[in-house]
Write a protein that binds this ligand. Structure first.
Ligand code: SF4
Ligand code: SF4
Length: 267
C-alpha cells in the first residue's frame, strides 16, 4: 500500500480531536486496517447481480476511478468490554462511539478526499455523495447504493458473518469507511477467501454465540433478520435510551461483543 496514504490515515486517527470521547483523551477507535481494491475488479459488477443493479460500481460513482480505499476502524477494548457486560441494550460508551465516532468517520472521509484532491487527484466518498441512498425495500431487504461492508470485502479486509457483520483480522466490532480515487495504487488484495470464511458457523457449523446475544431474536441459524434488528436499533425503546445517554443514536452491537469473533478471526 502507498505508505504516504497509510501514514496520513493513521496520523488523522491519532491526532484528530474528533476521535476522542467528550472531555477525555480516550479514543473511539484504534488504528485502522486499510485495504486497496482496483476499481475495475469484476467484483463490483458481481455485486450488481448479488445485491441489486442499484448498487453502484466505483466507475459509476467517479468516472475514471482507479482505486477504492477501504478502512476498518476497530472499536477500542474499553468500549467493547463495556458492551460485553450488557444483555439487553448497548452501553453508554458503545452508544457514544456509534453516534460521535460516526461523526469522526465522516470527518475521516472528508479529510481523505481533500488530501487526495490537494495532490491533484479526483476523489469521492460514496456515502457522502448526495445520491447515496438507503433502500428499505429491495430483493435483499435493507440495502444501500454503496455498501461499506462489500467495499471492505472487495479490498480483502474481511468476510461476512451469520449476524451480517464483517469479520476482519481485528474482529467484528468496528466501523467501516471508503473513498474512491482516480489515483492508481497497488491493490492489497491477493486472494479473497470464501465470502463467509471467517465466521465459525459458516466455516464448520459451530459457534452461533451471536444468536444468544441478541435481545430481540434477530439472529438464527438461518441468518440475520435485518428488519427485526433495525426495528430494535431505531425503535422507541432505544430512542429513549439515546435521550438518557445524550446520543442521537445508540446502535446495539451486543452480537459483536462477548462473541468469539469480537476482536479476531476465530479459530
Ligand atoms: S459469534 Fe460465531 S456464529 Fe456469530 S458471527 Fe461470530 S463467529 Fe459467526
Ligand atoms: S445489532 Fe443488536 S438487535 Fe441487531 S442483531 Fe445484533 S444484537 Fe440483535
Amino acid at each position: 500500500m502507498d505508505a504516504t496514504l497509510g501514514d496520513e490515515i493513521r496520523r488523522f486517527v491519532r491526532e484528530e480531536p474528533g476521535n476522542r470521547f467528550p472531555g477525555s483523551d480516550r479514543p473511539y477507535f484504534d488504528q485502522p486496517l486499510i485495504g486497496l481494491a482496483t476499481a475495475v475488479d469484476p467484483i463490483w459488477r458481481q455485486y450488481q447481480q448479488i445485491i441489486g443493479p442499484f448498487h453502484r460500481t466505483p466507475q459509476e460513482i467517479l468516472p475514471g476511478a482507479a482505486t477504492v480505499i477501504s478502512w476498518v476502524m476497530p472499536v477500542t477494548r474499553a468500549t467493547r468490554e463495556s458492551n460485553r457486560r450488557q444483555t439487553a441494550q448497548p452501553s453508554l460508551e458503545w452508544a457514544q462511539t456509534r453516534s460521535f465516532g460516526d461523526d469522526f468517520l465522516v470527518a475521516m472521509r472528508r479529510h481523505l478526499v481533500a488530501w487526495l484532491q490537494q495532490q491533484g487527484w479526483q476523489a469521492v466518498a460514496p456515502q457522502l455523495e448526495p445520491n447515496w441512498q438507503r433502500l428499505t425495500e429491495s430483493p435483499v431487504g435493507l440495502a444501500s447504493t454503496w455498501s461499506e461492508r462489500h467495499a471492505a470485502y472487495a479490498a480483502g479486509l474481511g468476510t461476512f458473518s451469520l449476524n451480517d457483520g464483517l469479520i476482519t483480522p481485528r474482529g467484528i466490532a468496528h466501523r467501516l469507511g471508503s473513498v474512491i480515487t482516480d489515483c492508481v495504487m497497488l491493490t492489497t488484495v491477493a486472494e479473497r477467501p470464501h465470502y463467509q470464511h471467517n465466521c465459525l458457523y459458516h466455516r464448520n457449523g459451530t459457534c452461533g454465540v451471536c444468536i444468544k446475544r441478541c435481545p430481540v431474536a434477530a439472529i438464527s441459524l438461518d441468518g440475520h433478520d435485518k428488519e427485526r434488528c433495525s426495528a430494535f436499533v431505531y425503535g422507541e425503546q432505544t430512542e429513549a435510551l439515546g435521550l438518557q445517554y445524550g446520543t442521537p443514536i445508540t446502535g446495539c452491537g451486543l452480537c459483536q461483543t462477548k462473541v468469539p469473533c469480537e476482536q479476531q478471526i476465530p479459530v
